[in-house]
Write a protein of this length. Structure first.
Length: 334
């Protein structure tokens, strides 16, 4: 008798949402996920930090209409305690939120400022070999004239956690060039178990923040701490740069747009078409218009004006140059 086909593995999608801009970005994420990924193997969890001593105000979603729409879009809400980061370092939410996900089940974490533009079911995730976004710039470390170079800086971290430094290098790039060293944008990452990944992420991040090697004395960890610890976690768990095909996540299937002015300035027509489609229904429009930057960018056509400022085939090499031009024209909003 032929064996029964094995059911596809359930995958937990996680974003962090809270009051302010992130609650409205969460609506866009959830709406784009529902539109473009129909498979029931993907479950959306929205993690919220609980009020506590590390937050000056209640950080949870404040707009009840936003909360209700997210539930209608299929999201399940989970909560976590901010024990180490909170208001002082909100990027730490993505580290502490992992503790609230179902243990032992594969997960993909996305930053809230992401759109799903294709079918996640087409992505060949290998949850035993984690990776993160390769769409990044050389934001860390920032080298001082007489200070340690890339090699010495990164090696000090691998040595601190007893990791093999040499096997992390991409030797197709020259020594002391930033791309040679394992570095990611933390806009997405995945693994087979959120507890294993989260415990290691927290351990490394706290050690770097509180007891960094002397080679890092001149380096800033705000806002880069998560992106400094992340490659160490991925390397320690057997992952790396190339565990996903190029051009899928942060490509044809998802887009980490960061902020709406940047989306309109540099992202593909597919991304803009996705945004327009999911923002058009009246129930979505009513919620998003409550946030002034979204109302002006999406519904009052400032996004179209930003888009007209740039040639997507000839964009400035550095993101800062894009930001500066938008600001000069008076269209910067966040």
């Amino acid at each position: 008798m032929a064996r029964k086909a094995r059911a596809p593995q359930t995958v937990n999608i996680c974003i962090v949402a809270q009051s302010g801009r992130l609650q409205y970005e969460a609506v866009l994420f959830a709406a784009s996920l529902k539109r473009n990924t129909r498979s029931k193997r993907f479950r959306l969890f929205i993690a919220q930090p609980l009020p506590g001593p590390l937050w000056p105000h209640d950080p949870r979603i404040a707009d009840p209409a936003c909360h209700a729409l997210l539930e209608e879009l299929g999201a399940t809400f989970i909560s976590f305690e901010s024990q180490h980061f909170g208001h002082a370092y909100p990027y730490g939410n993505k580290i502490e939120a992992l503790a609230a996900l179902p243990e032992g089940e594969p997960f993909v974490f996305f930053d809230t400022d992401t759109l799903v533009t294709g079918d996640l079911n087409t992505v060949p995730f290998d949850f035993d070999r984690p990776t993160a976004s390769m769409r990044r710039e050389d934001t860390w470390p920032k080298l001082e004239l007489y200070g340690p170079g890339y090699n010495e800086t990164w090696k000090s971290l691998y040595d601190r956690f007893d990791l093999d430094f040499e096997s992390s290098l991409d030797t197709s790039w020259p020594d002391e060039y930033w791309r040679r060293y394992l570095y990611f944008n933390a806009g997405f990452f995945f693994y087979k178990c959120p507890k294993i990944f989260g415990d290691l992420f927290l351990k490394y991040a706290l050690e770097i923040r509180d007891n960094a090697p002397p080679e890092l004395v001149c380096q800033s960890f705000d806002p880069w701490l998560d992106q400094v610890a992340l490659p160490l976690v991925i390397h320690a768990l057997g992952g790396g740069r190339d565990t996903l095909p190029d051009g899928m996540l942060d490509g044809d299937v998802t887009c980490h747009y960061r902020l709406l002015p940047l989306l309109y300035a540099r992202e593909s027509d597919l991304v803009v078409e996705t945004l327009t489609a999911i923002a058009t229904p009246n129930k979505v429009k009513k919620v998003l218009k409550a946030y002034d930057p979204f109302k002006r960018m999406i519904y009052q056509n400032r996004g179209d004006k930003v888009r007209a400022l740039f040639d997507r085939d000839d964009l400035p090499r550095k993101e800062q140059a894009i930001r500066n031009k938008i600001k000069r024209e008076g269209f910067w909003m966040r």
